[in-house]
Design a protein around this ligand. Structure first.
Ligand code: G6P
Length: 578
């Protein structure tokens, strides 16, 4: 080889080496960038490579970085935990650490955002629902998917071809997946089996449940529809978290579990659970229990609902109950059953309450209703036979009978929101309550005064807050209630620490709000005495009772409820390999 050829060969060799080195370096740079962003992936060079020592050191650094990041996250998490108050930010941090990038899907019948046509425009509304208020913060925190029934007349055109849209519309944080039901499905699943079957079955309110085979068929069909949509959302993911809400989806946990054994599934039952004898009258009781037991975690508001559920599973399915751990063990699977008392976003309500003083609220309400009394009571409910509204009216009647000095001086305002009016029992109830109010009014009313003012409408949160502030007493007299958030809202709104809450012993809220005057709503005399006692209570006693209830609500707010469920769900899954 000539000298020239040597130079040429070396130059070519050098060039090839340069291209190779550059290519490897480029790959290494991409890899290091991915390490930095937290991905632990093997180095893109073989062991014998010239670059292996560098890659090896970088891999170690990547691992250290990853560990440091995890420790920092955990420390931040512990710092959050050290605080006793739960806030949306704290929940967000907590849930992010728990999920650690794993997907999250929530299923609830009510959608959090409805699009409706209003004149020529489309408006987006957030339905006034306790459930929506309670679970929305979780989705905002961890950005998963909420699967729900479409309910607005402009829902279709505001979602994509799969029914998906990013919400909240002005600051997207998670995906809403809408499902459309046929009229027949809605009739059978929602009005029929959910609300004429399961609702009266679970509430001891002496309204007979109606079980129709056609409703049951539709209920199963809609549960399947939701299961398919949920599985769709989970496709291609590992170890997802699935949080199912309420009695509309008793069959869903098993349907999902059968397809996705790696999922962690919780079902939260927002209404009471009755005794095994009462539940057994449902012709499909066993199938319902089997469906529910597909969940790893079953949540109720209070311990006695959990106990009733465990006894029902023991009797009807002959399942083995672990009473130490409150768990149902069946053919290799385990469902933990625990109470999680739901609550409100106390700080938001406190904020709303501060916008107006009780005096100005009172002035506005009295002017609006042409009222001129010394004391005012308020009730806020969906018009539902479980709420004990007629019993409440009768307690007022008895109070005015026993203490005539309060006639002309006390009026009660019922803000009743028509609900489930597609069901005859609910439709009739509106009229029955109106007749009862008219009867009592006719008995006592004098010029310019009547004891009961019944306002049937969908009242805005702002109106309700105004009435809470203006009232001396709030009456919550449910015959049976999972929790009842009106009781908690009234307390949270009263930042002046005045006012008295009269609360049914049969509402879940009575377990926490022990400073309310607790009554048996069926006992008209007890109700009348409680009204008398609250209207004659000293401001000091009102203040100390209210203050104690405030502390409870500050510590046990809805963010804590959500965090507790997610923590428990994360803790109990036995064979998650993550
Ligand atoms: C009540 C119950 C919830 C239930 C909701 C449904 O608030 O406590 O458990 O989800 O009603 O109401 P809806 O108006 O959607 O039938």
């Amino acid at each position: 080889m000539t000298g020239f050829q040597w130079v040429l060969a070396s130059a070519l060799g050098f060039l090839i080496a340069l291209v190779w080195v550059r290519r490897v370096l480029r790959r290494l740079v991409v890899w290091i960038k991915r390490l930095r962003s937290g991905e632990l992936i093997p180095a893109p060079v073989p062991l014998w490579s010239f670059f292996w020592p560098v890659a090896n050191e970088a891999a170690k650094m990547g691992k250290d970085l990853y560990e440091a990041r995890r420790i920092a996250e955990q420390e931040a998490h512990l710092r959050w935990k050290g605080q006793s108050r739960w806030t949306p930010e704290r929940l967000k941090n907590h849930v992010q650490v728990l999920l650690h990038g794993r997907p999250f899907v929530l299923i609830a019948n009510r959608e959090p955002y409805t699009h409706v046509r209003d004149g020529g425009k489309i408006r987006c509304i957030m339905p006034a629902s306790g459930l929506v208020t309670a679970v929305e913060p979780i989705l905002r925190a961890c950005g998963g998917t909420w699967v729900a029934t479409a309910s607005g007349d402009a829902d279709r055109e505001t979602a994509d071809a799969h029914g998906r849209l990013a919400v909240p519309p002005d600051d997207p944080a998670y995906t809403l997946r809408r499902l459309w039901l046929t009229e027949e499905e809605e009739e059978g699943y929602y009005y029929g089996f959910s609300n004429e079957g399961l609702w009266p079955l679970c509430h001891i309110a002496h309204t007979r449940p109606i079980f129709r085979i056609e409703d049951w068929q539709q209920y199963k069909k809609v549960n399947q529809k939701f299961a398919r949509a949920t599985l769709d959302e989970l496709a291609g993911t590992k170890n997802p978290f699935v949080l199912i809400q309420d009695y509309h989806y008793a069959l869903l946990p098993k349907m999902i579990r059968d397809e996705r054994p790696d999922a962690r599934i919780a079902l939260f039952w927002h209404i009471p659970w009755t005794s095994p004898e009462a539940f057994a009258i449902c012709p499909w009781a066993r199938e319902i229990l089997q469906g529910m037991l597909g969940a790893d975690l079953m949540g109720f508001h209070i311990q006695s609902h959990c106990n009733n559920f465990l006894e029902t599973a023991e009797r009807l399915l002959e399942a083995r109950i672990d009473w130490d751990q409150f768990a149902v063990n069946r053919s290799g699977s385990k469902t933990v059953v625990k109470p999680f008392p739901i609550s409100i976003a106390e700080s938001t309500l406190r904020g709303r309450g501060e916008e107006q003083t009780p005096a100005s609220a009172r002035e506005e309400v009295f002017k609006q209703l042409g009222m001129n009394v010394q004391w005012m009571g308020v009730g806020v409910d969906r018009i539902d036979y479980t709420k004990g509204i007629a019993e409440r009216f009768r307690a007022i009647e008895r109070f005015l009978e026993k203490y005539p000095e309060f006639q002309r001086k006390f009026s009660f305002v019922e803000l009743g929101a028509p609900s489930r009016t597609g069901i005859k029992r609910y439709n009739d109830l509106g009229q029955e309550l109106q007749d009862e109010a008219d009867r009592i009014n006719a008995r006592f009313q004098k010029s310019g005064w009547k004891p009961i003012i019944f306002l049937k409408d969908q009242h805005s949160q702002q109106t309700i807050t105004r009435f809470y502030k203006a009232a001396n007493i709030c009456l919550v007299t449910s015959l049976h209630d999972g929790m009842n958030l009106v009781a908690k809202e009234f307390v949270a709104t009263r930042t002046d620490r005045q006012g008295v809450l009269i609360l049914s012993r049969f509402a879940g809220a009575s377990q926490e709000l022990r400073d309310a005057l607790l009554v048996n709503p069926y006992d008209v005399d007890e109700g009348a005495e409680a009204i008398y006692r609250s209207l004659t209570m000293t401001p000091e006693e009102q203040s100390s009772r209210m203050s104690r209830m405030h502390t409870i609500l500050e510590e046990h707010n809805v963010y804590r409820w959500a965090a507790d469920i997610m923590t428990e769900l994360n803790r109990i899954h036995p064979d998650d390999s993550f």
